[in-house]
Design a binder for this molecule. Structure first.
Ligand SMILES: Cc1cc2nc3c(=O)[nH]c(=O)nc-3n(C[C@H](O)[C@H](O)[C@H](O)COP(=O)(O)OP(=O)(O)OC[C@H]3O[C@@H](n4cnc5c(N)ncnc54)[C@H](O)[C@@H]3O)c2cc1C
Length: 302
């Protein structure tokens, strides 16, 4: 299947923009904040919370970083004005990490303050392993300044993650645990499905053991069942965990978790950079192209 995935990726740039738009439609709320509001409202009505992601990572100038920060400010003001149950997820490269780390820190600090005034939460997404140390350092710095409404992400595929858990637990962090979406070299990351699943479970268990809140971000039935068993065994209250899924992915699973009485939050990307984002994500990770292609074919079947 990997060969087919790579073949799909190779032809992607030749696929007309409207077709890419149609393919990514299920996974991206739209290009404007009004599109995101519509998507979040539908999710809230179905008993799901949301986290908004303004598309636009890896910017190259200070102006672009400030523009993304302004979009997040608009997103948070809109969430509040519309009375939506949502928070935001930010990417440090989008807020200027690669341009000027001090600017990036100032942007996240300002968003955390803005969110706190509105009683909201800011999740710092995790990007590829070249940014892990800087991301965790900034998280620690901002927590030490008292920004309690900040959360972080740890990737089960990275070999360093259990060490990071040990370094973080004294902060009683709010951690999204996911497998990791970036293609990483063998020195940095486990490559096999089973090794990644094993580490995912170890990381979740260690975080719960230390009193942290865990956002279990996966569409993997086995991992969801294992997380549910751990939650049950430890008799964890709703304040200690939630499940998170991507917009348009495994809606059946999200509905089942809601019916089971669990908190479910959906990651809702939106923004004018939808085309660049879709193409880059698919090119970086051929497995994703395979998921989308298979999912689309399934839907086309009578
Ligand atoms: C809420 C949320 C936030 C995330 N944040 C980050 C982050 O900050 N940093 C990071 O590196 N990664 C992030 N990820 C991505 C994550 O690391 C995985 O790459 C992704 O979730 C796929 O892994 P999986 O655990 O769902 O298992 P998989 O085994 O990859 O997927 C299980 C099944 O889910 C379906 N599926 C999974 N992904 C897709 C998709 N994109 N389209 C269609 N079907 C799909 C397929 O049917 C697949 O068989 C996030 C994921 C979620 C759900």
């Amino acid at each position: 299947m990997a060969l087919l995935d790579r073949a799909i990726v190779r032809v992607l740039p030749a696929v007309p923009r409207p077709v890419v738009r149609r393919l990514s439609d299920r996974y991206i709320a739209g290009s404007e904040i009004s599109d995101a509001v519509g998507a979040v409202r539908r999710l809230n009505e179905a008993g799901k919370k949301a986290t908004l992601d303004v598309l636009g990572e890896e910017i190259e100038t200070r102006e672009e970083a400030l523009a993304i920060r302004a979009e997040y400010e608009q997103a948070m003001a809109t969430i509040e004005a519309e009375g939506l149950d949502a928070n935001v997820s930010v990417k440090l490269t989008g807020l200027g990490l690669g341009v000027d780390p001090a600017l990036c820190a100032a942007n996240v600090r300002s968003l955390a303050r803005d969110a706190a005034e509105r009683g909201r939460f800011v999740r710092i997404d995790m990007e590829d392993s070249s940014t892990t140390a800087a991301t965790l350092d900034l998280y620690r710095e901002l927590r030490s300044e008292g920004h309690e409404n900040l959360g972080i992400v740890l990737q089960a595929m990275l070999r360093r993650t259990m060490d990071d858990v040990e370094q973080l637990v004294e902060l009683r962090p709010n951690v999204r645990v996911c497998k990791g979406i970036y293609v990483e070299p063998g020195e940095a990351a486990y490559q096999g499905v089973e090794a990644i699943r094993f580490n995912f479970v170890e990381v979740m268990a260690a975080l719960w053991e230390a009193g942290a809140k865990v956002a279990v971000a996966t569409h993997d039935d086995w991992l969801v069942a294992t997380a549910l068993a751990l939650i049950d065994e430890r008799e964890l209250g709703r304040e200690r965990y939630e499940f998170q899924l991507l917009l348009g992915v495994r809606e059946d699973l999200a509905d089942e978790l809601v019916r089971g009485g669990h908190t479910v939050r959906i990651y809702v990307p939106y923004g004018r950079k939808w085309y660049e984002y879709s193409l880059r994500r698919l090119q970086e990770n051929p497995k994703l192209a395979g998921y989308v292609a298979r999912d689309t074919l399934r839907r086309l079947k009578p």
